[in-house]
Design a protein around this ligand. Structure first.
Ligand code: UDP
Ligand code: MG
Length: 305
């Protein structure tokens, strides 16, 4: 019999653990496969760990890796992926926003030979216009880097054992799971789902943390910001050349412009441009610094099962 591993990142999800477990049990009534439920407690400060421990007491298919502190969802996903034993792995949120019923369809597609089954959001749930614009820009950059349209992609997916093994081998610490699962290749297909409302608690994402997440991932996957700097630089050189030629011609025609405002304007734009460019380069260097330090992506404090 096939065994499906479920990787479930949890950060302060105490009230979702039991409803999530119940929902999974119900789904597996209809799936002819065994399962293991790998919760990854991402340094929760509530009783998430204790709730999981209690579940493990009555069902040893429930397992848990618990981090020494909050390392973030990416770290939790990768810790889960490195510790599963199933023939395939489903990565799913603990808050029931990813409808567990979809696992049935994902499993069916896996049986048909697909190695990566991506869950794609049919709509993006409740979001503001600005948020929508930023996500569009973000995904366009990432999509051009991985050469696949990633709009509406999510972290809800099924991965074959071969795929999780390859992902587990990656040595980078600043991971972006959603794009890396495209990047590794293999035979892919998609399933669509509606994002449900959270059962309990609230989203851990603030606008600030989302911005940081976006910048980090763009830098992980795209050199576009660096190319933009070069292109802007070239445009400036061309403009400078034009203005220079104009100045020389005016000089010979004896009508040199009294161009103080132009100079101030160009200097300010030039300085601004330099500083922004330095900032962008700085972010890449920071990321490189992070990687060369070779600190682990997460530290496991406790384990269950
Ligand atoms: N999560 C995590 N570590 C974090 C933040 C979130 O493991 O630092 C988990 C969280 O418990 C949930 C999933 O990641 O299972 C998605 O988080 P959330 O619901 O806050 O994000 P959203 O659904 O709003 O994108
Ligand atoms: Mg959620």
């Amino acid at each position: 019999m096939d065994k499906i591993s479920l990787v479930v990142p949890c950060f302060n999800e105490q009230d979702n653990i039991v409803p999530f477990y119940d929902a999974i049990l119900k789904v597996f009534d209809d799936i002819p496969a065994a399962f293991e439920l790998m919760f990854v407690d991402d340094g929760s400060s509530d009783s998430t760990f204790e709730r999981i421990q209690a579940l493990h007491g009555k069902d040893d298919r429930v397992k848990c890796i618990s981090f020494s502190r909050n390392f973030g969802k990416e770290a939790a996903l990768f810790a889960g992926i490195r510790n599963v034993t199933g023939d395939c792995t489903v990565v799913i949120d603990a808050d029931l926003q990813h409808p567990p019923l979809l696992i049935k369809e994902m499993y069916k597609l896996w049986k048909e030979g697909y190695q990566v089954v991506e869950g794609i959001k049919r709509d993006r749930g409740k979001e503001s216009v600005i948020h929508g614009l930023f996500t569009k820009l973000f995904y366009r950059m990432i999509s051009s880097a991985v050469k696949i349209d990633m709009a509406n992609s999510s972290d809800y997916k099924l991965l074959d054992r071969k795929v999780t093994e390859e992902l587990a081998k990656l040595k980078e610490r600043n991971t972006f799971f959603r794009a890396l699962s495209f990047w590794v290749g293999f035979k892919k297909t998609s399933v669509y789902y509606e994002v449900a409302d959270r059962v309990s608690g609230h989203s851990k994402w603030s606008t600030r943390s989302l911005m940081k997440y976006a910048v980090k991932n763009v830098i992980c996957f795209s050199y576009l910001p660096l190319h933009i700097i070069s292109i802007v630089g070239i445009i400036f050189v061309l403009i400078a050349l034009g203005i220079g030629i104009d100045a020389i011609l005016s000089y010979f025609r004896n009508n040199a412009a009294s161009g103080f405002p132009t100079i101030v304007f160009l200097m300010l734009i030039g300085f601004g441009g330099c500083l922004i460019s330095l900032g962008i380069i700085g972010v890449y260097i920071a990321q490189i610094y992070d990687e060369v330090k070779k600190r682990p992506q997460y530290i496991i404090g406790r384990r269950i099962g």
